[in-house]
Design a protein around this ligand. Structure first.
Ligand SMILES: Nc1ncnc2c1ncn2[C@@H]1O[C@H](COP(=O)(O)OP(=O)(O)OP(=O)(O)O)[C@@H](O)[C@H]1O
Ligand SMILES: [Mg+2]
Length: 367
């Protein structure tokens, strides 16, 4: 069992603050995903947990035991890196055996054989045992690298973008396999990625990191449906959320100041929110799937627009809709909607599903 607790953890390299006083509590057996763009400080956080870097400030606990001063071997973590770190001229079998043969653990050969056979089965690589790793495909190599992490039973698994070098189809397969592996092993995973789909599909909880700052921690559902600011709102979800500049006017939001192109009627809760707002300028966030298209006008928050561009995605179409030259947003339409570029249609904003952010800070308005 292993809980990981990071308390006010900070690490700088010269002028760059890679990790800025972050607090994270990872529960035992949890699949925790740290999500952020390049340079956010994800790898640094993992290296701090593994003991490969020393924090400038803050503490790291494994199961309530402070591990700041323990070296990587004693912390007993397994690390899977972004780039394959196999020994190229060893066979798959030798690569898998390697962690069990270290001087720290004197494991008998029959135990080793049994263990690597088990692991090979889980990862479907038994047929590769005698191959040299240099000749394997990317997907096979990454499976072996994961295999090497799981042959022994470490306290925690640390994974640094293990799928980022695989092609899209293999990535999708491996996402499911990793999530399954986590269930089977029943161990704590701390997984780092810049890919929001990986985070949303695999994580029990997600922490969103940007420029060393932990912006929000929550379940995929919380992160998606209650993003704390416009950065998180934009980072999670595809197609991306629409963020529209708006002005509060009584119980309405006016979008497109000059020509008052759209006047959105707010619900009771949103009226309270904007009643407390510091500034009249806000940003309305609405996800493309929360804009329903129709051929006829439907109620208050239904706006006439032109289909400006259409992307077919198979099961659905992504429509770029234009109200005025400055006011363009995306909506998702079922393919059976049958509309084409240039058609005049109506976009119905499901305001109950929308988000309102402060214009200056980008923070979500809350009561
Ligand atoms: N050893 C180092 N020396 C100097 N700067 C470093 C070092 N390691 C990381 N940094 C800097 O710290 C910041 C965070 O880096 P880090 O590698 O943790 O980001 P990341 O989120 O893993 O990014 P990526 O998605 O590109 O892997 C970056 O600005 C990086 O340049
Ligand atoms: Mg990294």
């Amino acid at each position: 069992m292993a809980e990981i607790k990071l308390v006010s953890l900070k690490k700088s390299f010269g002028d760059v603050t890679a990790v800025n006083e972050i607090d994270i509590d990872v529960k035992d057996k949890e699949f925790f995903v740290l999500l952020g763009p390049t340079g956010a400080g994800k790898t640094t956080t993992l290296r701090l947990i593994a003991g490969l870097e020393k924090p400038d400030q803050g503490d790291i606990y494994f199961d309530h035991e402070k591990v700041n001063d323990l070296g990587p071997a004693i912390r007993d973590v397994a690390f899977v890196f972004q780039y394959y770190t196999l020994y190229p001229h060893y066979t798959v079998r030798q690569n898998l055996e390697f962690p069990l043969k270290s001087n720290l653990r004197k494991t008998p050969q029959d135990v080793i054989n049994k263990k690597i056979e088990e692991v090979a089965k889980i990862l479907h690589v038994e047929h590769l045992f005698d191959r040299q790793t240099v000749n394997l495909s990317g997907g096979e190599m990454q499976r072996i690298a994961i295999g090497r992490a799981i042959v022994r039973t470490p306290k925690v698994f640390l994974m640094d973008e293990p799928l980022s070098n695989l092609d899209a189809k293999l990535r999708e397969e491996m996402r499911a396999e990793l999530a399954r592996l986590h269930l089977d092993l029943g161990e704590t995973f701390f997984y780092v990625t810049h890919d929001q789909i990986e985070a949303m599909t695999m994580g029990d909880r997600i922490g969103v990191l940007n420029e060393g700052n932990l912006l929000q921690t929550g379940t995929p559902d919380e992160i998606y449906n209650k993003p704390i600011n416009t950065f998180v709102a934009r980072f999670v979800g595809s197609p991306m959320i629409n963020l529209l500049d708006a002005e509060i006017e009584g119980q309405k939001l006016i979008i497109g100041k000059r020509d008052r192109a759209m006047e959105c009627t707010l619900n009771d809760y949103q009226c309270k929110l904007v009643g407390n707002a510091k500034s009249k300028s806000v940003i309305l966030g609405i996800r493309p799937e929360d804009i329903i298209v129709s051929k006829e006008k439907q109620g208050n928050n239904s706006f006439e627009c032109t289909i400006y561009f259409k992307q077919s995605m198979g099961v659905e179409d992504i429509l770029n809709l234009k109200v005025t030259d400055e006011l363009i947003f995306k909506a998702v339409a079922p393919t059976k909607f049958m509309a084409n570029v240039g058609d005049r249609i109506f976009a119905n904003f499901k305001m109950d599903r929308s988000h309102i952010f402060d214009y200056e800070s980008g923070k979500r308005l809350e009561l």
